[in-house]
Write a protein that binds this ligand. Structure first.
Ligand SMILES: [Zn+2]
Length: 449
């Protein structure tokens, strides 16, 4: 049993302010008691200065893409030219380099206060497209990486079958593709069974996109996720070209196609949902589907801005992810949801600071299949992130407005203490097991050598 005393704590209710002097008791991997109003730390309590919030959830990640940071941002081009650079990288990886990259990237996430990550994993096979001796060697590398970095993982095993409607996978895409949806299901089932006892690991499913999976296979993946009551994610309408190709091939938008083939619902998350119609928003809302916004990647790739005001008005739950890892900073993702909306709507305050923080915590946990996380309350997962209020960025902030200060003014570097499932992963701003900068250097340099 560990007792934490938080100078300030935000317990996860979007409508509520931070409270001073909260005592949180943790037993095993759960919070068992929460009480506010202690002006000073009780004896034997671990004192957490600044603001403590539920651990952040990174609901959309491709860990290996961390190796692209700084190597593509200076280019002229589009999403599609960036994708060619990403394919160059994907072609170079094997289970060992994939594990090393993911370990370092997940450790960077832990330093930034992310306690849970949804890894959208499609790099399944060897560069020629042949299964490794262990067909889940690459997926297991991610499970090992999350364990080493100390973060909770939902591995979204991604179905990828074709380059586009009726088009076989290209040279690099071959390693993403299983022989058919049945082969995908068999491999994903084997991984799910093998990992079923892991306390901090869940295996979910993903449809890469309407480009990469045909409608009848979408139905199979959706049924697989439904039978296992596990999350189902998909890239949806990130680019107008994707919508145009979907309308040409299927006579409807991607959201409509996913609805028609049984994918939408409370366990479904549409990643990006940048170029969606009013009817698409209504379909997402009516089905209880979530959307995952990745604003720092979407702006890097010149994707556009999702209609988050419409999502909010329709009651579509929103979460956030760092996706390509152009940056790994959950506060930057959360504030970008509101700040991008200001640029489009030319009005301030569509999303409150508490709503933005809830997107980065409870909404992400729910999207990733951990509905008992993202809150500080008895029975919840003991995942906690503490942020300094006395850093250069936040010194002088009004503590009573701590949530707005952190959401709009802090950076990943202000995170000083992180607990995942009751285990201390980051203390004093340092990862307790990994020299993160050295691990990133050691993982990235050989990939480009
Ligand atoms: Zn993605």
């Amino acid at each position: 049993v560990t007792t934490y005393w938080c100078e300030w704590a935000w317990l996860g209710d979007a409508e509520a302010p931070a409270v001073p002097g909260a005592t949180i008791t943790v037993e095993d991997d759960r919070i068992v008691w929460v009480e506010a109003g202690a002006a000073s730390p009780p004896p034997d309590a671990v004192a957490l200065r600044g603001l403590t919030v539920p651990g952040l959830a990174n609901a959309h990640s491709h860990a290996f893409q961390r190796a692209l940071r700084g190597r593509t941002q200076g280019e002229v081009g589009s999403f599609w030219s960036w994708r060619d650079r990403m394919y160059d990288l994907a072609a170079r990886l094997d289970p060992d380099t994939y594990r090393a990259l993911a370990t370092a990237t997940f450790a960077e996430m832990a330093l930034a206060g992310f306690t849970c990550v949804g890894e959208f994993h499609y790099l399944h096979h060897d560069p020629a497209g042949r299964p490794y001796a262990d067909p889940n060697a690459m997926g297991r590398a991610l499970v090992d990486a999350a364990g080493a970095a100390g973060v909770r993982l939902t591995l979204l095993d991604t179905c990828y079958l074709q380059a586009g409607p009726g088009t076989a996978p290209g040279p690099v895409q071959r390693r993403f593709a299983d022989a058919g949806v049945g082969a995908w299901a068999g491999r994903a089932s084997a991984l799910a069974e093998e990992q079923s006892t892991g306390r901090a690991v869940r295996i979910g499913a993903a449809v890469h996109s309407v480009r990469a999976v045909d409608p009848s296979s979408i139905e199979v993946v959706a049924a697989w996720a439904g039978a296992r009551r596990t999350p189902l994610h998909a890239h949806v309408s990130e680019q107008p070209r994707e919508n145009d190709e979907c309308v040409a091939a299927h006579g409807m938008t991607p959201v409509n196609l996913f609805e028609r083939h049984g994918a939408l619902g409370e366990r479904f998350t549409a990643v990006h949902a940048t170029h969606v119609t009013a009817e698409d928003v209504a379909r997402l809302a009516a089905s209880g589907s979530s959307v995952c916004l990745c604003p720092t990647t979407e702006r890097d790739l010149a994707d556009g801005v999702a209609p988050t005001g419409a999502f909010r008005a329709s009651g579509v739950p929103m979460c956030v992810g760092t996706d390509s890892h152009a940056l790994i900073d959950g506060f930057e993702e959360a504030r970008a949801v509101e700040l991008d909306e200001r640029l489009v709507a030319r009005r301030r305050g569509t999303h409150t600071p508490g709503e933005l923080l809830a997107m980065a915590t409870a909404s992400g946990y729910r999207s990733l299949g951990w509905p008992d996380g993202g809150r500080i309350e008895p029975g919840a997962l003991a995942d906690l992130t503490s942020v300094r209020l006395d850093s250069v960025r936040l010194a002088g902030a009004d503590p009573a407005a701590a949530i707005a200060s952190v959401v709009f003014g802090s950076a990943a570097a202000d995170v000083h203490h992180v607990v995942v499932g009751g285990d201390v992963v980051v203390a004093g701003g340092q990862h307790r097991r990994i020299d993160v900068a050295a691990a990133l250097e050691a993982a990235i340099a050989p990939v480009w050598a």
